[in-house]
Design a protein around this ligand. Structure first.
Ligand SMILES: [Zn+2]
Length: 151
């Protein structure tokens, strides 16, 4: 017994019936889950959008203040963007949605980190290894995302 009451005839409706067994009118489904998770889902978009702007602003600020070179600021932006995508993907996976952003986030984050390292140490011979590393990361993150959704 879930203790729901028919809105039309006022009698108790047993179990999870969609219709009142006494008068036949549809009984409102009021699971507390949807009401609680709805605002959380709406927040994911604005939080991600705001996060992207903040990361972009920080990258520009680092470049304009001379902390990092204008030639590499985009790699810092990619790192922040990748981290945001991973967070978004984990959030999605926890609420039972697509964990695909995790894969994209890991790839973007890896490109950013490797680009910064390659720039810092002036090593251009790394780039073929980048592709191999990215391939492994895609597979790894897919397995990771799968585990999170299955938990
Ligand atoms: Zn009824």
């Amino acid at each position: 017994m879930s203790g729901r009451i028919c809105g039309k005839c006022g009698r108790a409706v047993p179990g999870d019936s969609l219709f009142c067994p006494f008068c036949g009118s549809p009984v409102q489904q009021a699971p507390p889950q949807t009401q609680i998770s709805a605002p959380r889902r709406d927040l994911a978009g604005p939080l991600f959008g705001g996060g992207v702007l903040i990361v972009l602003g920080l990258s520009f600020w680092l470049a304009t203040s001379g902390t990092i070179s204008w030639a590499i600021w985009w790699a810092y932006f990619l790192c922040g963007l990748g981290a945001l995508l991973i967070l978004l993907g984990i959030n999605n996976a926890r609420s039972g949605k697509d964990s695909g952003p995790i894969t994209g986030g890991v790839v973007i984050l890896a490109i950013g980190i490797i680009a910064i390292l390659a720039w810092s140490y002036s090593i251009s011979s790394w780039w073929p290894l980048v592709l191999i590393a990215l391939g492994l990361l895609v597979i790894f993150s897919a397995v990771l995302g799968h585990k999170i959704t299955r938990r």
